[in-house]
Design a protein. Structure first.
Length: 77
């Protein structure tokens, strides 16, 4: 849980001056808090193996573009 959410939960039930600083100090010193690093968005997607083709030319990819403007110097289109 991040410091902001911890502050919100504590302030929901009670509030006193300097609570924000106390929560930050506690969270920075708490070993369990330090070990639970926040998940990154890239970590949320599971990695799955990608299987390749078994034989050559089993999969063919084609890139299609066009029309190309302006034509080349030799008038190729």
């Amino acid at each position: 849980m991040c410091m902001r959410k911890t502050k919100e939960r504590i302030c929901y039930s009670s509030c006193c001056p300097g609570i924000s600083q106390d929560v930050e100090t506690f969270c920075k010193r708490c070993k369990e808090y330090q070990l639970r690093s926040p998940e990154k968005k890239t970590d949320r997607i599971p990695i799955t193996p990608v299987s390749g083709p078994d034989l050559p030319f089993q999969v063919v990819n084609v890139d299609i573009i066009g029309p190309i403007e302006p034509p080349s110097e030799r008038k190729y289109k």
